[in-house]
Ligand binder design. Structure first.
Ligand SMILES: CC/C=C\C=C\CC(=O)SCCNC(=O)CCNC(=O)[C@H](O)C(C)(C)COP(=O)(O)OP(=O)(O)OC[C@H]1O[C@@H](n2cnc3c(N)ncnc32)[C@H](O)[C@@H]1OP(=O)(O)O
Length: 309
């Protein structure tokens, strides 16, 4: 019912908050969810988990706690049968200002060790730990939508390129900021952005000049798939899209995500081989019969009751 209301509101291009307001309001929280100190977790609709970066007064800068909290959060979500899809967004004025520059000095830049080898070894461990913060998003079998408003800087681009679907507001801008602070981006942007944006030249330009990319260019280059007028419209749109995904067979949806990512990183032949092995088990799900029957009866898959996964 709610998705119908939200869809109607979208179609009529009216203020979404008049109709779909309660679920969207449930997506804007008052503070972090304990034990987290940088993340607010909520469940705006059945089977949908909303993860909100929540340090608005510091523009959601990624402090030391954030880097490990994201890992704990997404590991929990990966194993949660009540979650079928995730929406990530940021609280306050912008999506995120990237790494917390105050914490960076004490955490990332001062590894311990008695000599160069040991310092380097520990530095490597720190970098791989930070990489894990966003790799958990990619490894999570549930699709992750990210909704960006305002600025998405540095580590923010690392984060969003690990997500499956990117949405933004008309006022959004994206900045691969790392060269400006004297480092080569090392937690995912340089590896994933070229797989997201078709133009290698554009990726190189963004990463080497640290210039801002605004919403229209983000859309035309393929970084985001939809641009919304403002944050309320975007969150309503994200929730509606998440509802479409959550209403479908979790066996089909999670298998689709896992195989899309596998195929991105392998040859067509390897991807087909992996797919065959995946589906030799997964095609035996009762979800196929249930979904096919609904289709024959011209019903939406959202009317089918699928078992938890
Ligand atoms: C192993 C390494 C892993 C990862 C590496 C990642 C690399 C990066 O992320 S590089 C990018 C680093 N980020 C930046 O350079 C952005 C710095 N911030 C800004 O440019 C601006 O804050 C802004 C994002 C354009 C937003 O501007 P505005 O809305 O005007 O807010 P401010 O008044 O500037 O800030 C409000 C408040 O937040 C604090 N803050 C903002 N950004 C950061 C940050 N990155 N780290 C720490 N703190 C930040 C700012 O100091 C203000 O705090 P007050 O206490 O109110 O003064």
């Amino acid at each position: 019912m709610l998705s119908f209301i939200v869809r109607s509101a979208l179609t009529k291009n009216r203020g979404l908050w008049h109709l779909g307001c309660s679920a969207v309001r449930a997506m804007s929280s008052s503070g972090p969810t304990p034990p987290f100190t940088t993340l607010s977790i909520s469940h705006p609709k059945e089977s949908i988990t909303h993860v909100e970066l929540h340090r608005p007064e510091k523009r959601n800068a990624m402090n030391k706690a954030f880097w490990s909290e994201m890992v704990d959060c997404f590991n929990q979500i990966s194993g949660d049968p009540d979650c079928r899809v995730v929406v990530v967004s940021g609280a306050g004025k912008i999506f995120t200002a990237g790494i917390d520059l105050m914490d960076m000095a004490s955490d990332v830049l001062q590894p311990e060790g008695d000599d160069t080898a040991r310092i380097s070894w520990n530095m490597r461990k720190i970098i791989t730990k930070y990489q894990e913060t966003f790799t958990v998003i990619e490894r999570c079998p549930k699709p992750v939508l990210v909704a960006v408003h305002g600025a998405c800087v540095g580590g923010g681009v690392d984060l969003i390129t690990a997500c499956d679907i990117r949405l933004c507001t008309q006022d959004a801008w994206f900045q691969v900021k790392e060269v400006d602070i004297g480092l080569a981006a090392d937690v995912g942007t340089l590896q994933r952005l070229p797989k997201v944006i078709g133009s290698r030249s554009l990726v190189n330009e963004l990463a080497l000049t640290a210039r801002r990319m605004y919403a229209d260019e983000a859309k035309s280059s393929g970084l985001v798939s939809r641009v919304f007028a403002d944050k309320e419209a975007m969150m309503a749109g994200a929730l509606e899209m998440a509802g479409e995904i959550a209403g479908r067979s979790p066996v089909a949806v999670q298998g689709t995500k896992v195989n899309l990512i596998y195929s991105r990183d392998h040859s067509v032949a390897e991807g087909l081989d992996y797919m065959a092995t995946w589906n030799m088990a997964m095609l035996q799900t009762q979800d196929v019969m249930k979904s096919a029957q609904a289709s024959m009866e011209k019903k939406s898959p959202k009317t089918v009751a699928f078992s938890k996964l």
